[in-house]
Design a protein around this ligand. Structure first.
Ligand SMILES: *Cc1c(COP(=O)(O)O)cnc(C)c1O
Length: 348
């Protein structure tokens, strides 16, 4: 008999998250759809009005619920949702309660929401599953590394969620994939859904995800070898030293009216995690003296993009900023800078 393609990897996911069982599909959008379509077809899914997110593209929670064959039951208000709001929303047609991580925005001010464990208890009392779409989802406590906290898969399961879904290629730092982890009986039902095969991952990505998950079993190696984490953990001091090495080089290849300095900046984590948190970083910041400043600045930005290894900067406050956080290969960056003068004054 053929085993499931993802058996080995599921064991690893369980080990890293404390889940009873897990399964892997194409991406997290697919994970959410498959979960909803399996557990709540034709039935109601209760979700807070504060969590009806649009991720981008056409992934909008209300639309996803409809496409999965479910009826959205809105709970509470945009800024405040109480436990009793969930309680009132649960009825004979409710298949499950779903919490969605607000990955790319934050509601602040007069806000409240019940804890995950309170919602979990309520769901248990009503014999319905409580599921959480974590979006990014982390396998590590980011605080331990001095980074802002992002909810971890293990924490959500510990607090009583029956299933969680999360991406393989956001904070996790692996290939595009969607992971569903949690209660074994629910995972078994999900695996039997005919849609599962349509949404399954290919072997190459299973192999890549497996390597990344293996790295998570050894945190020291992980920080050195997983690019996502390696870049997130670079200290301002390291970045400052890098900037000081590169600044004179860059100054020497740019026109006289250009001034290159080492400046402080903030890196944004992005990828559906930590939407309002930034991390202190260091940039090479390029300014211009004289007339036609903004036109010349865009010309410099364009020339950086035209380098053999394109370099993407950001124009802000009349300067071009090159955040050094994700510069991986200092030598190649430095070696190609001699192309800049000819890109800036193209032969006509
Ligand atoms: C990013 C995200 C998704 C979609 O995940 P993909 O892996 O990009 O398909 C779904 N839900 C939330 C909350 C997200 O942040």
């Amino acid at each position: 008999m053929r085993g499931d393609r993802d058996t080995h990897i599921n064991k690893l996911i369980c080990k890293l998250t404390g889940a009873e069982d897990a399964t892997v599909v194409n991406n997290n959008a697919a994970a959410v759809m498959l979960m909803l379509n399996t557990l709540a077809p034709g039935l109601e899914v209760a979700t807070s009005r504060g969590e009806l997110v649009e991720i981008g593209g056409s992934f909008r929670m209300p639309d996803i619920m409809r496409s999965s064959g479910c009826v959205l039951r809105e709970v509470g208000t945009t800024n405040r949702t109480h436990l009793h709001d969930y309680e009132q929303a649960i009825g004979s047609q409710t298949a499950l309660v779903m919490k969605v991580h607000t990955s790319n925005f934050e509601v602040t001010g007069f806000t409240t929401k019940p804890s995950e464990s309170d919602i979990a208890q309520l769901c248990k009392a009503h014999h319905i599953p409580f599921v959480i779409d974590l979006g990014s989802g982390s396998l590590l406590n980011m605080r331990k590394f001095g980074l802002p906290h992002e909810p971890t898969v293990g924490e959500s399961l510990m607090s009583g969620a029956d299933l969680v879904t999360f991406s393989g290629d956001k904070l996790l730092g692996g290939p595009q994939a969607g992971i569903i982890a949690g209660r074994a009986d629910l995972i078994a039902r999900i695996k039997k859904n005919p849609m599962k095969r349509a949404l399954r991952v290919d072997k190459m990505r299973i192999a890549a995800l497996s390597c990344v998950l293996e790295l998570y079993t050894d945190e020291d190696r992980l920080c050195e070898q997983l690019p996502t984490l390696k870049y997130l953990l670079r200290s301002p001091k390291q970045l400052h030293e890098l900037a000081l090495r590169l600044q004179p080089l860059l100054q020497s290849v740019l026109p006289i009216a250009t001034e290159v300095s080492v400046g402080q900046t903030q890196s944004q984590v992005g990828s559906g995690a930590l939407p309002t948190n930034t991390i202190e970083s260091v940039a090479l910041s390029i300014g211009l003296n004289g007339a036609e400043k903004s036109r010349s600045l865009s010309a410099i930005e364009t020339s950086f993009r035209q380098l053999p290894i394109p370099v993407i900067g950001r124009i802000h406050a009349d300067r071009l900023w090159l955040d050094l956080r994700c510069l991986d290969d200092e030598d190649s960056f430095a070696k190609q800078l001699f192309h800049l003068p000819s890109l800036l004054t193209p032969a006509t």
